[in-house]
Design a protein around this ligand. Structure first.
Ligand code: DAH
Length: 350
């Protein structure tokens, strides 16, 4: 038995001296593997007389277990040591300045949303948000889209799960934020809601995901003059052209009455688009007076409160202001494009 005790203490010493998982595995195979020292010893039990076999078998199994426990305990220590070594080697100094080659830029969509937010903040607008996964109730029904009305088909909706008003979908516009904000807050309200919107449409001028900014004002005595003044102030400042002609054209949206589309003047001479006085018009946003049904749907009394709303496409405004010709390039993540059209995080255009 001295032999066995020696074998065991030798094995245990080797295990506690192992400095890598690979060495430890080699030791496990050598001691406990199919042809390992202890496995071979167990095989010799057969030749012993039965009474000795039992006692010897127990001793051997205790030794085996001790070795197996020691391997496990050592493995734990080695794993932690390996992790610590990797952590030591793979650290990155996040305080180092980026190499100029990899300097990032603000995407025009982010930049234009920031610009729009800043301009409306000066007019007292807060920023509201809503979920991108909406339900039929908020995206359509509460916004006064009648059941089975063709206006529902105007939006090529990505429908998700569910039925009826609880049917979920990817919001087709930011207008449902009007509903959610009215449900959660009492008027007066004045906010914009920038965010992602989704429609099942893809060609030169449409991408399945795009961005809108919704605007919403509810107060007492609000009329179209307020809407017109607000939109004109915004457009003149955004396009940085004081005398840009602005035209309100009658239109239809289920959630506003009356509704209008807004065009700005431009000229296209020599193939170059210039915002300002000229022969042509460009549509830039939709707007109108909040429909009394929308107010009622949110328990707001239309005899007491009135309001206006507007919605605009961020990519479209970015393309017009910064002369970006192709919508699809916005979402190709081409570093060269981002470098060309992107903005410095600290100071506008690069
Ligand atoms: N939700 C409309 C759309 O995506 C845009 C819009 C138009 C929003 C008029 C408004 C509005 O709030 O008053 O087509």
């Amino acid at each position: 038995m001295t032999d066995l005790a020696q074998l065991q203490s030798k094995a245990l010493a080797a295990i506690s001296a192992a400095t890598s998982m690979a060495t430890l595995e080699e030791l496990r195979v050598a001691q406990l593997g199919k042809k390992g020292v202890f496995t071979e010893l167990l095989k010799t039990l057969g030749s012993l007389p039965p009474e000795e076999r039992k006692a010897q078998g127990q001793i051997l199994n205790v030794a085996k277990q001790a070795i197996s426990d020691a391997i496990e305990a050592r493995a734990e220590i080695l794993k932690i040591a390996e992790i610590n070594e990797r952590l030591g080697k793979e650290w990155v100094d996040v305080t180092l300045p980026p190499r100029p080659m990899y300097k990032g830029t603000l995407h025009p969509v982010s930049y234009v949303i920031d610009e729009i937010t800043a301009l409306f903040a000066e007019m007292g607008f807060a920023v509201a948000v809503g979920p991108e996964i909406e339900d039929d109730e908020h995206n359509f029904t509460a916004l006064n889209f009648p059941e089975n009305h063709p206006a529902r088909q105007m939006h090529d909706t990505f429908f998700l799960k569910g039925t009826g008003n609880a049917k979920t979908l990817l919001r087709t516009h930011t207008s449902p934020v009007q509903i959610r904000t009215m449900q959660e807050n009492k008027p007066p309200l004045r906010f914009i809601a920038p965010g992602k919107t989704f429609r099942c449409d893809s060609d030169m001028t449409h991408t399945p995901m795009f961005h809108q900014v919704e605007g919403f004002v509810i107060d007492k005595g609000i009329h179209m003059g307020h809407l017109k003044g607000c939109i004109e102030t915004f457009l003149r400042q955004f396009f940085e052209v004081d005398d840009v002609p602005i035209r309100f054209r009658p239109s239809f949206f289920p959630f506003t009455e009356p509704s209008a589309e807004v065009d700005i003047g431009c000229s296209r001479t020599g193939g170059e688009l210039k915002i300002g006085a000229g022969k042509d018009w460009l549509e830039v946003l939709g707007c109108g007076m909040v429909h009394p049904n929308v107010l009622r749907n949110c328990n707001v009394d239309p005899n007491e409160w009135q309001g206006f709303a507007f919605g605009m496409g961020v990519e479209r405004l970015a393309m017009l202001k910064y002369g970006i010709p192709d919508l699809r390039t916005f979402f190709e993540s081409d570093m060269r494009w981002l470098k060309h059209y992107g903005f410095s995080a600290l100071g506008g255009a690069l």
